[in-house]
Design a protein. Structure first.
Length: 242
């Protein structure tokens, strides 16, 4: 299914001035990627080869803050080719690793990361306690909560370890983060850890952070294992949500 959308300052859509048309849209949203003039804008949508919807409108105030997002090509071209590029960039690493040991926030980060060095990797199948509720809905709620807790636990630990490594360069943080991510990469992408959307997403983020943060130190086998596991989860996110 494809959509078309048109915007205009003219409620009858008869003039080309201050008018925009979008065609062959694969999803039910559109972004003009340009500043729209203040005033009332009228818009319609339709499925391809069908009639236009009723006319709707929105107003842009004179003092509205202009926030113009880049087109897809411009956005993608701005992503650095080198790693890391999620939590920081390669060029900023030297700044991060400057004289910051006396910074209270950094000290707190190290304290938390040091605790995560003792993090016991959760067992995927053992994380969902067979707890029965008073009804099917309550039992399902228990399972969803446990699934979210599982994903959150590995993500929180990995995020902290990655942050601490980027600031300090300490090898112990890298080893532990990689250990956690490789464990998660072996979990069933449609199994227990995917029952809860938030937990599922955090499992994917766990692997993505490690893949990016430690890209230059991963061997090819580790890269492939993480990348394939990331793709599996990302693919069903796209399928289920978009």
């Amino acid at each position: 299914m494809r959509y078309e959308v048109r915007l205009s300052k003219d409620p009858g859509f008869k003039t080309e001035e201050n008018a925009l048309t979008f065609i062959d849209i694969p999803w039910a949203m559109v972004n003009p990627h340009q500043k729209l003039d203040p005033g009332t804008w009228y818009w319609q949508y339709k499925k391809q080869d069908s009639r236009w919807s009723k006319t709707m409108s929105f107003n842009i105030d004179e003092d509205a803050l202009p926030i113009v997002s880049p087109v897809t090509e411009q956005f993608l071209s701005g992503i650095p080719l080198s790693h890391p590029r999620v939590l920081t960039t390669y060029d900023d690493l030297l700044v991060l690793r400057g004289n910051n040991d006396s910074d209270q926030d950094i000290t707190s980060l190290y304290d938390e990361a040091n605790r995560y060095l003792e993090f016991i990797l959760p067992n995927e199948t053992g994380s969902i306690i067979p707890k029965k509720g008073e009804n099917e809905s309550q039992t399902r709620k228990f399972q969803l909560d446990a699934s979210q807790k599982l994903g959150t636990s590995v993500y929180n630990s990995t995020l902290t370890l990655c942050q601490a490594y980027l600031v300090s360069g300490k090898e112990a943080y890298a080893r532990k983060a990689l250990e956690i991510a490789l464990e998660v990469s072996g979990w069933d992408s449609r199994g227990i850890s995917s029952l809860n959307d938030f937990g599922d997403a955090r499992c994917m983020l766990t692997m993505a952070l490690v893949y990016d943060t430690f890209y230059d130190r991963l061997n090819e086998q580790q890269k492939e294992k993480l990348l394939q596991a990331i793709k599996l989860r990302a693919a069903h996110f796209y399928s289920d949500w978009i």
